[in-house]
Design a protein around this ligand. Sequence first.
Ligand SMILES: NC(=O)c1ccc[n+]([C@@H]2O[C@H](COP(=O)([O-])OP(=O)(O)OC[C@H]3O[C@@H](n4cnc5c(N)ncnc54)[C@H](O)[C@@H]3O)[C@@H](O)[C@H]2O)c1
Length: 334
Amino acid sequence: MRIGIVGCGGIAVTHAKCIKQLAEHELIAFADIKPERAETFAKEYGGNAYSSMEELLEKESPDVIHICTPHYLHTSMAIYGLQHGVHVFMEKPPVINREQWKELKEAALHSDQQLGLCFQNRYNPSILKAKELIGSGETGKVLGARGIVTWNRTKEYYTGSDWRGRLEYEGGGALINQSIHTLDLLHYLVGQKVKSVDAVIGNQHLKGVIEVEDMMSAYIRYPEAVVCFYVTTAYNADSAPLIEVNCENMIIRIEELSVTCYHKDGNVVQLPIEGKKGYGKSYWGAGHEDCIQDFYHSIEQNKSFRLNVSTMEETVLLMLGAYESGRSGQEVSF
Ligand SMILES: NC(=O)c1ccc[n+]([C@@H]2O[C@H](COP(=O)([O-])OP(=O)(O)OC[C@H]3O[C@@H](n4cnc5c(N)ncnc54)[C@H](O)[C@@H]3O)[C@@H](O)[C@H]2O)c1
């Protein structure tokens, strides 16, 4: 397949490196509104440079495009791609509000092309191991979970960007940008339908600097479990997110590649995890490579990619619900 990347900033480097690993596919074009960025990528990875996605699609007719632009552009660009007959692999977040989600879902469900959502941490070996363990029945029922993300995002991180920290462009802050993966993984591991979310959002270290939140605390109810979630970007280091699942027979604690089971009889077992070093930062998770590879396998084998608008809907609605709750001060029910 012939592949184009739209948006040649930070994360596009990871996409380009991952695609380069796929010997049977070819990276052929790049687009960025800042043309010099597309040209730098074209020089580095081979292919042609364009200053818009529309031009790239018209001149190159690729089979697949990767959307690596700022949040507010994801939905419209993905829909444009699908409607022009290309498969689309889009960075998170897929949307920044409910209207966009409705449009994106509609477009994806009526398209013959695949739309892949980049929630690459679902491919982290530690997460796969924990999910497998819970699925085996050995843990007993899931009763609850907690997730903690303490990262460092400075004033300069926001003031140096033309879109970050602005509600209109980013849709939110600490949740939608930094910790959406952790929220998704908690939901995935609990494996039940959400009943409600009650969230508090605020600004602590970036009060008056950004329009979006720099912290969120959320209490999420499930039929048989509760989840406590906390994120802040006010810490002065990027620590690995902590994910813990409290089950009938044990507590499973996940940090980066480590999974430790604290059995309720006092036995502590560290599970062997085989992980490879991927492209990207370990505290994000390094699953882009596996995720992108799986997307291409799905297209080749004509089967639905695992992370699509149907399978990821609950995560997206949970994220939007958490914002609605944080902004209104009311618990949001599903
Ligand atoms: N999956 C992950 O873990 C992960 C990690 C980092 C970033 N991301 C996501 O990737 C996206 C990009 O993040 P980034 O850090 O690379 O941002 P960035 O600002 O470094 O890069 C965005 C690029 O898009 C370009 N752009 C803006 N408008 C455009 C347009 N209309 N047409 C073409 N190009 C345009 C910009 O010029 C810039 O080069 C964000 O949505 C972010 O959430 C995901």
